[in-house]
Design a protein around this ligand. Structure first.
Ligand SMILES: NC(=O)c1ccc[n+]([C@@H]2O[C@H](COP(=O)([O-])OP(=O)(O)OC[C@H]3O[C@@H](n4cnc5c(N)ncnc54)[C@H](OP(=O)(O)O)[C@@H]3O)[C@@H](O)[C@H]2O)c1
Length: 332
């Protein structure tokens, strides 16, 4: 009997996440026999090279999913997802959505395969990919939560401009030359901006709220104490995060190292005598989450500090979405 193959749509194929998804798909060689690439009317007719062939980009319309797809990876912003994902799902296509449109919906699984792959089978046609800064955090946090039970988390992030797509990259390049910013509120060159997304009434930014709510949903603990400060920094690619954790239970540092070293998707890089720790330039282009500076927080009982770095466009978006598709394929 011939092995089953699948048909996949990539929506937002011309974007930063979409283009990276194509690279990851080329690397992973999934049993997908047919690919169709969609973007806005602006990109209609453009040619994309993929797996040695030329593909013509199609404009996304309400009829795009009539021809039948098994899966679609959406990376085209929240408004596009809100409008077109339900249409795709209604036609039998399972959508993996990179936007924030459905992440907090009760009926939509929010999935990081290393953490909660079992949620995938509960989908009703849409599966949400978490925010990039959340994905890389929960990979090590889940391992530690299972063993020591997390009581409180303090996030401080140092997020790359690629997290804001092509426009974010253009802003860093332009402001480096002294030109005015068009994406961020201030020049990102030579600045750290303590604002990612809009401010909410409670003084937090939407990015901070996303990290807090999504972490609670993924770790399955609605009452978990979490605070976050998210900062845009003049780094081209890869988010870095300082994560301070307070556990219910005591831990041995050696055991923490072993747990993290033996967990899928994590690379421990921690040799302070030789100044070895995760860096954006090391993680860029890789699919794993890098963890280092693993040390006790002596100011509290059962406290731990981590430095966590990952490629936000890969593990924070494209790779995670494709891992979800891999899991869907395993489910048959
Ligand atoms: N960058 C990251 O690290 C990251 C991480 C996690 C999640 N995400 C999410 O992923 C999504 C894409 O982000 P990005 O960074 O790749 O942005 P981007 O570089 O600006 O790309 C946006 C993509 O969306 C397409 N698009 C826009 N409006 C559309 C429409 N009406 N119909 C069809 N396609 C449309 C664009 O097509 P055209 O080229 O034709 O305009 C382009 O392909 C966003 O929802 C973002 O929040 C991004």
């Amino acid at each position: 009997m011939k092995d089953k193959t699948y048909k996949l749509a990539v929506v937002g194929a011309t974007g930063l996440v979409g283009q990276t998804a194509l690279k990851v798909l080329e690397e992973k060689k999934l049993p997908i026999s047919e690919y169709v690439f969609f973007a806005s009317s602006k990109s209609k007719g453009k040619t994309i090279q993929f797996m040695g062939k030329d593909y013509v980009v199609r404009e996304l319309t309400e009829n795009s999913f009539d021809e039948g797809f098994d899966f679609a990876i959406f990376s085209a912003g929240g408004e596009t997802s809100k409008k077109y994902s339900p249409i795709a799902a209604s036609k039998g296509c399972i959508v993996v959505d990179n936007s924030s449109a459905f992440r907090m919906d009760k009926d939509v699984p929010l999935v990081v395969p290393e953490v909660n792959a079992s949620e995938i089978s509960k989908n009703h046609g849409i599966i949400a990919n978490p925010n990039c800064s959340t994905i890389q955090a929960v990979v090590p946090l889940k391992v530690l939560d299972d063993k020591y039970k997390i009581k409180r988390i303090v996030y401080s992030t140092y997020q790359a401009v690629s997290g804001a797509g092509w426009k974010g990259i253009t802003d860093l390049n332009n402001t480096m030359k002294g030109l005015a910013p068009s994406k961020f509120p201030y020049p990102i060159f030579n600045n750290c901006l303590p604002q990612i997304d809009v401010f909410l009434d409670n003084g937090y930014t939407k990015e901070e709220e996303k990290m807090i709510n999504e972490t609670r949903k993924i770790l399955g603990n609605e009452d978990l104490n979490i605070t976050a400060t998210t900062v845009r920094v003049p780094v081209m690619n890869c988010h870095s995060e300082s994560i301070n954790i307070e556990f219910e239970n005591s831990f041995e540092l050696d055991e923490v190292f072993d747990l993290l070293k033996n967990s899928p998707g994590i690379i421990v890089m921690d040799d302070i005598k030789n100044s070895v720790y995760p860096l954006a330039t090391i993680a860029s282009g890789h699919n794993e989450v890098y963890v280092g500076r693993i040390r006790r927080d002596f100011s509290i009982k059962n406290g731990l500090n981590l430095w966590v770095v990952a490629d936000n466009v890969r593990k924070g978006a494209a790779t995670n979405a494709i891992q979800i598709v891999e899991e869907l394929i395993k489910l048959g």
